[in-house]
Design a protein around this ligand. Structure first.
Ligand SMILES: Cc1cc2nc3c(=O)[nH]c(=O)nc-3n(C[C@H](O)[C@H](O)[C@H](O)COP(=O)(O)O)c2cc1C
Length: 398
């Protein structure tokens, strides 16, 4: 019925009735589809095609994940740095707070061979330790602990988590296993070639990560010099949409409000994935100084650096990055650099010190709002998207 009235109003507007008819038609059109609705909503069983990026290291708390899902989006738990026991506990905590679909995210980048000097890196890091009041490190032989990924995946399947999300590599080898267990697979890519690979492997959803994005670049193969393709969301999304054929594409990178969401839908994305915006939410695990650093930052304040983990990531420039660069020492390879500096990050977190912690964030920083809960952010995003679409619809009647 609503659709019938909508079409009727639109036709009247085309026949010369006032512009308000077009606006009313657009509002009814959006309302008929519960705000905004794409086939991705049906695939995942969610109300709005808005995804909370899984952010590892305690940032996407179970409460944040549950709140986004309860508000009609898709909450994703960043599980890359959890033990198998913590993975199960956090999944069960989410289930106790929501009966809506949610996902779990993993990073699949294998350790890279290291030919950098661990002692030289430790010497540089020791200056940071001194500032933080911790002992210098004599650790010059760092080993990468064994991966928990296969145990974590078993848990995710046992717990019947409906959506698995993968980043920092090609997750094609997990697709069959996930489908047998009844889970859908999302894969994050940064180029059309990567998108084609995961589409051919049967991934259910492709996340196209533009260069504005906060956090690690999801590039599959990173050359030794750490250079990565940096294709912006505006250019990447429509090219991935064209290459992905029938696989739905979710846009990520620099999307902070309804204007960004409407733009991504116009580019052909069926949904959006937001990290930075939700990182400032009351329920996120980011410590206060982290949130304040983001809230005080501008679009020009981020850089792509390998100084934190050995893999390129977008972060707000802070003392750690500047001083590490000044030292002239090359970071260790992934993930050794992060392991070498782990005591620094833990202490910085405990001391609420944003100078010596990876303040990972995207480029849309001036659009951040403080003091909002995830449900309120979701409400704003839906309202703003509808408003943006209505504004655009008016343009079609010029
Ligand atoms: C602090 C932070 C941590 C992140 N950690 C992860 C992660 O663990 N797994 C993942 O798939 N993506 C991670 N991302 C990247 C997001 O998936 C996404 O690409 C990005 O947040 C989108 O850009 P935006 O931050 O501008 O919204 C992280 C992003 C941020 C800002």
């Amino acid at each position: 019925m609503q659709i019938f009235i909508t079409i009727h109003l639109y036709v009247m507007a085309r026949q010369g009735f006032p512009n308000q008819y077009v606006e009313l038609a657009a509002i009814l059109f959006m309302a008929a589809f519960n705000g905004f609705h794409t086939p991705l909503c049906d695939l995942f069983g969610i109300r709005y095609p808005v995804v909370l990026a899984g952010m590892a290291g305690g940032l996407t708390t179970p409460l944040l994940v549950a709140e986004v899902s309860n508000a009609g989006g898709l909450g994703i738990l960043g599980a890359a740095r959890l033990s198998p026991e913590q993975t199960r506990e956090q999944i069960q905590a989410i289930k106790s707070m929501t009966d809506k679909p949610f996902g779990v995210n993993f990073l699949v980048a294998p350790p890279q061979p290291n030919d950098q000097d661990i002692r030289a890196v430790q010497k540089t890091l020791d200056a940071f330790r001194q500032d933080l009041g911790i002992n210098p490190s004599g650790q010059d032989n760092i080993t990468v602990p064994p991966s928990h990924l296969s145990e974590q995946l078993e848990i995710v399947f046992e717990e019947k988590v409906p959506i698995l999300s993968f980043a920092l590599g090609d997750p094609s080898r997990f697709v069959k296993q996930a489908h047998v267990a009844g889970s859908k697979v999302m894969a994050m890519v940064t180029t059309v070639e990567e998108a084609k690979k995961v589409a051919d492997a049967g991934c259910d959803v492709i996340v196209a990560q533009g260069s504005e994005a906060g956090g690690h670049r999801s590039t599959f193969e990173i050359p030794k010099d750490g250079s990565v393709p940096l294709v912006g969301t505006m250019a990447l999304v429509p090219q991935v949409v064209d290459a992905a054929k029938n696989v739905p594409v979710v846009a990520a990178g620099g999307i902070m409000d309804g204007r960004g969401i409407a733009a991504c839908l116009a580019l052909g994305a069926q949904g959006v994935q937001l990290g930075t915006r939700f990182l400032a939410a009351n329920e996120s695990g980011a410590f206060l100084a982290y949130k304040l650093r983001m809230l005080g930052a501008a679009e020009t304040d981020t850089v792509i650096t390998s100084a934190f983990t050995g893999r390129p990531a977008r972060s707000i420039r802070n003392r750690f990055i500047t001083e590490f660069e000044k030292s002239g020492v090359s970071p260790l390879s992934w993930p050794l650099q992060g392991l070498a500096a782990d005591d620094i990050y833990r202490t910085a977190w405990a001391k609420n010190n944003a100078n010596y912690f990876p303040i990972l964030a995207g480029q849309g920083l001036r659009l951040l709002k403080s003091g909002q809960g995830a449900a309120e952010i979701m409400e704003d995003l839906v309202k703003e998207t509808r408003e943006s679409v209505v504004k655009l619809t008016k343009l079609t009647n010029l």
